[in-house]
Design a protein around this ligand. Structure first.
Ligand code: FCB
Length: 477
């Protein structure tokens, strides 16, 4: 830390973020249906210590207390997610009014405390019946997602101040469909890419559904990670480029009207990530030429993944880009014959969080400026929709919880945002991940990201020293 934090522009949005499955609990209450995370967390060995979201932070029942914690923090915005299986337990069909009632109560409580509700529509908790119908490998899921967006907007559209369609479609594709680390637990490696196209299509269709119901701005929250080269051979550089295409461009180029990145196109111009493995060696695909996509595994035989009009739907104008940033990724060339074109390597030279993630605020400035340089005038204003860190925070016998590492983390990353503003990047806000310690996916309850400590046995909330630090920062000066 180097002196007082420089000022941020007037109107800069200070917020905190959470997601439904990670905090709500009450997974069978008021008609909520099962999600892929309920199924996945129950399967032996998937989540550390067998943790599930059954209770989590019991936010479904304690939301009023949690809104008071936010009011005490003084934040102007709260990014939460709506659980699709609460709103549409079957993943299609009519709404479950009792599920929507919960978000109605939450939104009104936020507005009563002058906190802008920022709603994410999909933060990975797909209704299980949708998964049984193919999940995001099935094109139909994109259409059902837009139906669900319409149901939410019909109820909350007058009060949500910023909509976010999807959370981190890259992470959902890669950990959920490529590597099998998250729900739904599939290991398809590069063949997971239909889950990218269908999420993007779902985003575009949802934008149209939301526009029909609300005048509030609409965004998507992407995860980004600047790529660092472990070696400097031509093969390492190609590996870094391949990783960058999948992580940083696959979900942004088409959103901003550029179509799929050229590195991900096979010889006939079709979306096919096998092009990354050995450019030029791909067989001519069977699909109709001129349509960008290999065959759709969820579609009728002979139908291309990317159909006419899809890229236009995906490129529907958005009002902001959500940027989730945690750390850069080190890569090097993979061994010959590897099914992936790169191999991740640990980055040396940085302190790490309890997750082992490098603490690299320089990566955030680099990311923000490189998005501006890459997309120029096509880049809408940015909100940093997630940033934060996990440490093994403990409540001391005196009742306090000290987390100086988190304060240092946030200080460094906010200075990086400030630097990016000075570089001319239009950043409008920052949301700390997370308000509360919560269910950290495959890591269960072993990774604490909150500004507020949660005792998962008693549900007692204890604001950490980072809570007081953030409160003092966001207070109008
Ligand atoms: C992000 C997720 C969020 C949380 C943080 C630590 O990738 O969007 O739910 O798990 O990581």
């Amino acid at each position: 830390m180097t002196g007082p934090m420089p000022d941020f522009p007037a109107g800069f949005t200070w917020g905190v973020a959470t997601s439904a499955y990670q905090i709500e609990g009450a997974t069978t209450t008021d008609g909520r249906g099962p999600s892929i995370w309920d199924t996945f967390a129950r399967a032996p060995g998937r989540v550390v210590d067998g943790g599930t979201g059954d209770v989590a932070c019991d936010h479904y029942h304690r939301y009023a207390e949690d809104v008071e914690l936010m009011a005490g923090l003084g934040v102007g915005a709260y990014r939460f997610s709506v659980a699709w299986p609460r709103v549409q337990p079957a993943g299609s069909g009519p709404a479950n009014p009792a599920g929507l009632d919960f978000y109605d109560r939450l939104v009104d409580a936020l507005l009563a405390r002058d906190i802008d509700p920022v709603a994410t529509l999909f933060h990975w908790d797909l209704p299980q019946p949708r998964q049984d119908a193919g999940g995001w490998l099935a094109r139909d899921t994109a259409h059902r997602f837009a139906d669900y967006a319409d149901l939410v907007a019909a109820r909350l559209g007058d009060r949500i101040r910023l909509w976010i369609t999807l959370n981190e479609p890259f992470v959902h594709m890669s950990l959920g469909y490529a590597m099998g680390v998250h729900a739904p637990g599939e290991v398809r490696l590069l063949d997971a890419v239909p889950a990218a196209h269908h999420q993007l299509l779902g985003h575009g269709l949802a934008v149209a559904a939301l526009r029909a119901r609300t005048g509030s701005p609409i965004a998507i929250a992407n995860n980004y990670s600047p790529v660092r080269l472990a070696g400097d051979t031509a093969a390492d550089r190609a590996a870094a480029r391949a990783y960058d295409a999948l992580h940083n461009r696959l979900f942004t180029d088409p959103l901003l009207g550029r179509g799929y990145p050229a590195d991900l196109l096979g010889p006939a111009g079709l979306l096919d990530p096998r092009a990354l493995l050995d450019p030029g060696a791909l067989p001519e695909p069977d699909g109709p030429l001129g349509l960008a996509g290999p065959l759709d595994p969820g579609g009728p035989a002979g139908v291309a993944l990317v159909r006419p009009g899809d890229l236009e739907t995906i490129a529907a104008p958005i009002d902001a880009l959500g940027v989730n940033y945690y750390s850069p990724t080190g890569v090097r060339a993979a061994e010959a014959g590897s099914p992936l074109p790169f191999e991740p390597v640990p980055l040396g030279g940085y302190p790490t969080t309890s997750f082992g993630w490098p603490v690299a605020p320089d990566g955030l400035r680099e990311l923000l400026t490189s998005l501006r340089d890459r997309y120029g005038d096509d880049l809408p204003p940015i909100y940093v929709t997630e940033g934060g860190c996990s440490y093994d925070d403990v409540v001391q016998p005196d009742g306090r919880c000290h987390d100086p590492e988190r304060i240092a983390y946030l200080d460094g990353h906010l200075r990086a945002v400030r630097d990016a503003l000075d570089d001319g990047v239009d950043v409008r806000g920052y949301f700390v991940w997370s308000l509360l310690d919560n269910f950290e996916w495959a890591e269960g309850y072993t990774k604490r990201f909150g500004l507020v400590h949660v005792d998962f046995d008693t549900q007692v909330r204890t604001p950490k020293s980072s809570y007081a630090w953030y409160r003092d920062l966001v207070r109008p000066r």
